[in-house]
Design a protein around this ligand. Structure first.
Ligand SMILES: *Cc1c(COP(=O)(O)O)cnc(C)c1O
Length: 441
């Protein structure tokens, strides 16, 4: 035990903080067992998909130039389709981010005069420009695509009556596509389970089977034992520097779904007439395959980190009176990997981000500072000492410097790193005098 004590001390973590962490962890073992079992099932599904698609060593080689006959790329896309329960998939480094993947999927389906309906209220910030909610060059609005938003019910759930009303009012059937965001992202509303997403899709399809239902699956992959396509989603979209890249994918995104829709997305991504046949995979395939192989256990590590942080800060609130609210709370079911902590105190947000940064394997000596960010109306402080630039499946935190002074944090490729980062945040808060370390025993 003294070896453990020494190595935590080398990071400046006191006995009091480490012992509180151990106590909180002991209470989470049954919860963690369920997460490990989910990771086990999802890992076996991934291996099974790789075997079914007959992944071979030659699949790892990749291609250059146009990328014709890139069997490694095509096989990987078959593996993704199998894992996500879809007919086909695009999994490519030419998709530069999650926002780009969503933009391609929307642009693939929507035509001038069509209406896009969001079923889950306001979409993530970066999609506002894509849709044209915020004026932007090349937005869907510029191409004559309109947007309608169904706000969430007061309890944060899906407003079924509201949905049926919008569909009924759409007499000339202009609504072509419905968008569902699984993760709360950086908002405070519940994240939706795959099953709840299935209920939304059923509600739409019973009245209007022609509407394409797309799920923004960012941060949700492998958290559950089932993905939204098993519950009727036509298209699933996400980023490879989040869950499915397993921390190894250096860049990229995916679009999985019905074959005809993936085909449309391919023509939108490359060029009309070219589609899926082009797009060199360059050197990324080993990291895409191995990243997917690791993704279920990496996601479980991140999930454990989120639950540990919620439980630890709830314990701190009880013992020291620290003003903090975990969202979701420690006992809540999880459908994504994001954890929010609300402090109502800008110093606490800064201290938290400093703690995460100080625990990083890369750039641990950097002190994060709040700075202006495009698309935000306040300064934002960010902590990320990541191997892959901007990767948020790696332990990272963001705090918009405005009321209610919340930090959103996520990731952790391995649970020991998530643990270290979270303990370091507590230690740093105590050093800022935000709570009194002597009161935590
Ligand atoms: C991360 C994310 C996106 C896409 O963001 P990128 O930074 O462009 O990859 C979209 N929606 C949600 C809910 C996200 O979490």
């Amino acid at each position: 035990m003294s070896e453990r004590k020494e190595i935590y001390a080398a990071f400046g973590i006191s006995d009091a903080v480490r012992c509180l962490g151990d106590e909180v962890l002991a209470g989470l073992s049954s919860r963690f067992r369920v997460m490990d079992e989910t990771a086990e099932i999802n890992s076996l599904k991934v291996i099974h998909a790789m075997q079914s698609a007959r992944v071979s060593e030659s699949c790892l080689y990749g291609s250059t130039g146009y990328g014709y006959n890139d069997t490694g790329r095509d096989t990987l896309e078959a593996v993704y389709a199998h894992v996500f329960g879809t007919e086909d998939a695009l999994v490519r480094p030419q998709i530069v981010s999650g926002t780009h993947a969503l933009s391609v999927a929307l642009g693939a389906v929507l035509r001038p005069g069509d209406v896009l309906l969001s079923l889950t209220g306001k979409p993530s910030d970066t999609l506002e420009s894509v849709i044209g909610i915020r004026e932007a060059e090349g937005s869907l609005a510029e191409y004559g695509v309109s947007y309608t938003q169904l706000d969430l019910a007061p309890d944060g759930g899906f407003d079924k009556e509201g949905c049926l009303r919008i569909l009924k009012e759409d007499r000339d059937k202009r609504i072509r596509m419905a968008a569902i965001q699984k993760s709360r992202g950086y908002q405070t509303r519940p994240t939706f389970s795959a099953e709840e997403i299935g209920d939304m899709i059923r509600c739409v399809k019973e009245v209007r089977p022609d509407i394409v239902c797309m799920v923004d699956n960012c941060y949700g992959e492998f958290v559950e034992r089932t993905e939204p396509a098993f519950h009727g989603a036509d298209l699933l979209v996400g980023s490879l520097i989040k869950n499915p890249g397993g921390g190894l994918a250096p860049s990229g995104g995916y679009i999985a779904g019905k074959a005809v829709l993936v085909e449309k997305a391919a023509h939108r991504l490359t060029a009309p007439g070219l589609g899926k046949e082009v797009g060199a995979s360059l050197q990324v395939l080993p990291s895409y395959y191995q990243g997917l192989f690791l993704a279920p256990t990496v996601t479980a590590s991140a999930l454990k980190g989120a639950v540990f942080a919620a439980a630890l800060y709830e314990a701190l609130r009880e013992r020291t009176g620290l003003n903090v609210q975990a969202y979701p709370d420690a006992d809540a079911p999880r459908y994504d990997i994001i954890q929010a902590l609300t402090f109502h105190n800008p110093e606490a947000v800064k201290a938290f981000c400093e703690g995460i940064q100080a625990a990083a394997p890369v750039d641990s000596f950097v002190k994060p500072e709040p700075s202006p960010m495009p698309g935000y109306d306040s300064e934002v402080i960010m902590a990320a000492g990541t191997f892959i630039g901007g990767s948020s499946i790696e332990l990272s935190a963001d705090g918009p410097m405005r009321e209610p002074y919340s930090v959103f944090f996520q990731g952790g490729l391995i649970f020991p790193h998530a643990t270290l980062g979270i303990l370091k945040t507590v230690q740093t808060l105590s050093e800022y005098g935000i709570f009194d370390l002597k009161t935590i025993q």
